[in-house]
Design a protein around this ligand. Structure first.
Ligand code: GLC
Length: 749
């Protein structure tokens, strides 16, 4: 008897987990939800569980009728306050129960004011700035009737062949987790019902970035230890930050598509994490379980997604077409339907849609592209740039230059500089590098010749004019990289070299003997060894957005100083994939002493004479640039690493301090990074893991003590059986990137 009693108490306490179910704690809202559900027909409930693209209705009248009939809970890919207010009016004033519709949109990195792509935002290592940029995006989108963005995309991405690495926060779990929180806060604010906030959506839950071969939508095999240690934490961070929605992805995970995966959607998201928001599928990802071979037909697809816990179906109609049959066959119960409808209604209540369903149509004109928004976009672009090379301190350039040649397919590409996943940004609003440099220096000082029409061009007919432009200028500024369409969803590459004849164009300009600065705009880390050989300076600008041009121009002439750091590893060659900094050591780790480079292998070398270690004969064992790398116009010196204790319990805390001095001639920002290494664990552990960072501003000659906190709980990992922080020896580094830094050790006792 006693056990049963205790079990009932436990059940009650678990189901009312206050930590996670804050809105469930709002009894007034819950009461309203239950009241509505008690009145709803099955068709109306299924309507709430359905999200449509307007194009699925043929014309507006059909859409209005469906809304009036309670068949539409959500619409995506529709913007415009007046248009949306008109449809909302039908929902609120003409449908039987007056439940407002929720409008979703991919506001991934800006609405009209386009911010750097998320991979560029990650290169800022600046959560505060990221939050500010997403807040601007939310403010603009909300004025046009958007209630909900399908962002942040927080899939850990370790494969630059995968086009969607552009939308990610990069390869590291800790950095992605910090930025996930910042993005959720930026979109939702403290009060998501505020007129300038929108619901965020943690996507794509989970494991999408591990697509085999870096080919989009492909299979992902992730052992539970790796899933929990590397891929889940950013989603947990988003949950703890109060994200209102999740999106289940396209991929199958270990044979089970994640849009029908009970382990991830039910066991982890709902039961372990206590998430009580709403889960939307990805575009037709429920229906696509048939193609996956996980469902025989739409009914089985519906059954599996409903059992797993997808509340809302995006664009396909397995739920609408199959729910009644599943109920009749006892494969679905109304309690489940009611729970999912409650999740959806709860989000609509939390967004204030019941109290304020309409958008103030006067706001857009004074909000969109406002100067302060453009200023944030420029600041974000500046902090996203990563200086990879600067021979003889060529940068920053002197304003005394008599003339500059501006060359390359990305020099004046207003559409492409916005990057992938831009639905509402207009290229007319982009300020390109060419425009910005002409404004800064005067048109007569700028000699422009594209050299190549687009990044994929193979024709060299434009080279002569480009060479001429370089010859008559003091310096050549080349803008190379990728058109925006070459990264993003379904846009994967097997070759990461500059496409077209871009390398040949660089060679032609290098032959003039002029100093060369190459600015690369791309949605992924390209393999740029050839560029580094030919150029004096290389600045990686990702896809910088609307204000990319002025941000680049200011930086080239020293008005701003580079501070960005790579959020992904840069490879020498695509054959090194997958290569990421927090890899395992293996039993035979390579270093510079124990392997032989291809062109140094003696003829008829003995079979075991080259060093049996983990490396490539033609590419060695290390990357082109490590995770966390980035130069400045100034230099920073690290000294005096100190930890407040050399040994602490698993629940202890230590202060890590280091002195950083700006030893150069320019004021600058340095991202001080803290890494640890668990020397021996119950499973093998990564050679390094980022566990803290701080971006500090130092004037030329200034010295500061930087303090970071490391908690025993920061060392926790999942070993296949449980989460734990294990006793033992740890390495600790503090430095400018993942490959160098001051070192010490400590123990967990
Ligand atoms: C797309 C993407 C997803 C996006 C959704 C709506 O296919 O996978 O990230 O939010 O459909 O556009």
């Amino acid at each position: 008897m006693k056990k049963a009693y205790l079990f009932i108490i436990a059940l009650f306490l678990f189901s009312c987990n206050p930590a996670k179910d804050s809105s469930k704690g709002n009894t007034e809202i819950e009461g309203k939800i239950q009241d509505l559900i008690s009145q709803m027909t099955l068709e109306e409930k299924l309507g709430q569980m359905s999200q449509f693209d307007p194009g699925q209705f043929g014309d507006e009248e059909n859409l209005k009728q469906a809304i009036k009939d309670g068949e539409v809970g959500s619409i995506l890919n529709l913007v415009g306050a007046a248009t949306i207010n008109k449809l909302q009016k039908v929902a609120v004033e003409e449908s039987r129960l007056g439940i407002p519709i929720i409008i979703g949109r991919d506001v991934i990195h800006g609405y009209k004011t386009i911010m750097p792509i998320p991979l560029g935002m990650a290169a800022t290592w600046n959560p505060e700035l990221t939050e500010k940029a997403m807040a601007v995006s939310a403010k603009e989108a909300a004025t046009e009737g958007v209630h909900w963005t399908f962002a942040p995309m927080i899939d850990i991405s370790r494969d630059p062949r995968w086009g969607r690495i552009a939308e990610s926060c990069g390869e590291d779990t800790y950095l992605a987790s910090q930025l996930a929180v910042a993005m959720v806060k930026g979109f939702q604010g403290e009060d998501p019902s505020a007129p300038d906030r929108i619901a965020a959506c943690a996507k794509h839950f989970v494991g999408y970035g591990a697509a085999e071969g870096g080919r989009d939508y492909n299979t992902a095999y992730i052992p539970e230890t790796q899933l929990r240690n590397d891929y889940l934490p950013p989603f947990k961070a988003a949950t703890d930050a109060g994200v209102l929605t999740f999106m289940s992805g396209f991929n199958d995970l270990n044979g089970v598509p994640v849009s029908g995966n009970e382990f991830t959607l039910k066991n982890i998201l709902r039961e372990e994490w206590g998430f009580n928001g709403m889960v939307v599928s990805d575009w037709a990802s429920i229906y696509e379980m048939i193609a996956h071979g996980y469902a025989a037909d739409p009914k089985e697809a519906a059954e599996k997604s409903l059992r797993a816990g997808v509340d809302m179906e995006m664009t396909s109609n397995c739920y609408v077409s199959s729910a009644q049959a599943l109920l009749d066959e006892g494969k679905l119960d109304m309690r489940t339907i009611n729970r999912y409808v409650a999740n959806i209604l709860r989000v609509k209540f939390e967004l204030g849609l019941f109290d304020n369903p309409y958008t103030d149509e006067s706001l857009a004109a004074k909000t969109i592209l406002a100067p302060e928004n453009l200023e944030v976009a420029k600041e974000a672009a500046s902090e996203s740039f990563v200086l990879l090379q600067n021979k003889q301190q060529l940068l920053p350039l002197s304003r005394e230059l008599k003339s500059v040649a501006v060359i390359g397919p990305l020099a004046d590409a207003p559409h492409d500089q916005m990057g992938t996943w831009v639905f509402d940004g207009n290229k007319e609003n982009s300020v390109t590098p060419l425009t910005a440099l002409r404004e800064k220096l005067g048109t007569n000082k700028v000699n422009f010749a594209k050299g190549l029409e687009i990044s994929r061009s193979r024709s060299t007919e434009g080279f002569a004019a480009a060479v001429q432009a370089a010859k008559k200028s003091d310096i050549a500024l080349l803008f190379m990289g990728e058109e925006s369409i070459l990264s993003g969803e379904a846009h994967c590459l097997t070759n990461l070299e500059l496409l077209g004849a871009q390398n040949e164009l660089i060679d032609a300009i290098a032959a003039t003997g002029k100093p060369i600065v190459v600015v690369i705009m791309a949605g992924r880390p390209l393999t740029i060894s050839h560029v580094l050989d030919k150029a004096d300076a290389v600045l990686y600008a990702w896809a910088p957005g609307t204000m990319g041009g002025p941000a680049i121009a200011d930086m080239l002439f020293g008005e701003t100083v580079p501070s960005g750091k790579t959020p992904v590893t840069f490879l020498k060659t695509v054959g090194q994939v997958p290569m990421y900094y927090n890899h395992k050591n293996t039993g035979r780790p390579a270093d510079y002493s124990n392997w032989t480079q291809l062109d140094k292998i003696p003829v008829e070398a003995g079979q075991t004479s080259l060093g049996n270690t983990s490396h490539y004969l033609d590419a060695g064992f290390d990357p082109l640039f490590p995770f966390g790398f980035g130069l400045s116009y100034t230099t920073f010196n690290y000294s005096g690493l100190n930890i407040s204790t050399g040994s602490m319990p698993a629940d202890g805390t230590m202060e890590v301090t280091v002195t950083v001095e700006n030893t150069g001639d320019y004021d600058g920002d340095e991202i001080v990074q803290l890494y640890i290494h668990d020397k021996a664990g119950s499973i093998t552990r990564p050679v390094k893991q980022l566990k803290g960072f701080d971006k500090v501003h130092l004037k030329a000659g200034e010295m500061k003590q930087v303090s970071l906190t490391l908690k025993g709980s920061d060392l926790e990992f999942y070993n296949g059986k449980k989460y734990l922080t294990e006793a033992g020896e740890f390495d600790l580094w503090v430095g400018p990137n993942s490959a160098e830094g001051l070192h010490t050790t400590f123990t967990i006792n």
